[in-house]
Design a binder for this molecule. Structure first.
Ligand SMILES: Nc1ncnc2c1ncn2[C@@H]1O[C@H](COP(=O)(O)OP(=O)(O)O)[C@@H](O)[C@H]1O
Ligand SMILES: [Mg+2]
Length: 268
């Protein structure tokens, strides 16, 4: 009989196979993000914060979690990745929205001030879920969800209804957001971020205002949908449960205090 700490022969060869498969996957990995030496410094009222990203690579289709306490720089990193915030210094920042396309040199766009190009890229290729919905109060749920599609001239092909069904908000489609609970509004916000079938969805603590049971239910629906559509997802949260239960890859980061400067280093 095998001793408890001694792997059986079969186990060892399956480990070797796993290693080989991981190496093969790594070779084939098509990166949606490739960042090197990206730094963002923020100052406010005598305190300073610095986010340092020595190296970050995210493959198309990956599910990423950024877990950490308030103030550690989650929103700063997400805003950099969403290209709404410009880094203070940047070695490389490449974004490849499709497997077949060459990576786009975002750092060069920033250097040349080509912010319109980045805005177009964001509208077409990205979806964003905020902590508190950010829905337009004067539009119905249906029109909120379909807005990005309409702005991009995409056809009315049933995607909105399909998403509403998956997120269990069909019965609210004709209502204004103010008539919905906070959880229902977050479901609408998720549907809106996915409706134009972006390459990536970035979600900044999308379940923070919800009770833990609702939060988990909605996060599970969200992750199931991005998997179904093969959309890359990056989600900030303070709940480790999401990482373990939903199979997300957690980015590692550490925060240090140097006098008045707080510095967070993220790698992954
Ligand atoms: N617009 C801003 N101007 C200056 N400092 C900011 C700004 N936004 C955030 N910060 C600072 O950056 C640090 C990180 O904030 P943030 O990225 O929002 O963290 P988290 O999302 O993890 O709570 C904090 O110290 C915060 O005070
Ligand atoms: Mg935040």
């Amino acid at each position: 009989m095998k001793k408890p700490n001694q792997p059986a022969q079969g186990e060892e060869s399956s480990k070797a196979l796993d290693k080989k498969r991981d190496e093969d996957l790594a070779k084939d990995r098509v990166l949606i993000y490739h960042l090197r030496e990206v730094i963002k410094t923020r100052e406010a009222e005598g305190t300073a914060f610095r986010l340092v990203v020595p190296s970050l690579q995210i493959a198309l289709g990956e599910k990423i979690a950024l877990i950490g306490q308030s103030g550690c720089g989650k929103s700063t990193l997400l805003d950099l990745l969403a290209m709404v915030l410009q880094p203070t210094t940047v070695g490389a920042f490449r974004f490849r929205p499709e497997p077949g396309a060459p990576p786009l040199d975002v750092a060069a766009d920033w250097r040349r001030g080509q912010l319109n190009h980045l805005g177009d890229l964001r509208r077409q290729r990205m979806g964003y879920v905020m902590q508190t919905g950010g829905l337009l109060p004067y539009l119905t749920v249906r029109d909120n969800i379909s807005l990005s599609r309409r702005l991009l001239g995409m056809p009315d092909d049933g995607t909105v209804e399909q998403l509403a069904k998956s997120l269990e908000i069909e019965r609210h489609l004709s209502k204004r957001p103010s008539l919905l609970s906070v959880g229902e509004r977050q479901r609408v916000a998720i549907a809106r971020a996915l409706a134009h079938k972006p390459s990536i969805v970035i979600a900044d603590e999308p379940t923070a205002p919800l009770d833990p049971i609702t939060a988990r239910k909605i996060m599970t629906l969200f992750i199931n949908l991005v998997e179904k559509f093969h959309i890359t997802v990056i989600v900030a949260s303070h709940d480790w449960n999401h990482v373990e239960k939903l199979g997300l890859r957690g980015l590692s980061h550490r925060t240090r205090q140097h006098g008045d400067l707080t510095e967070t280093v993220v790698t992954g």
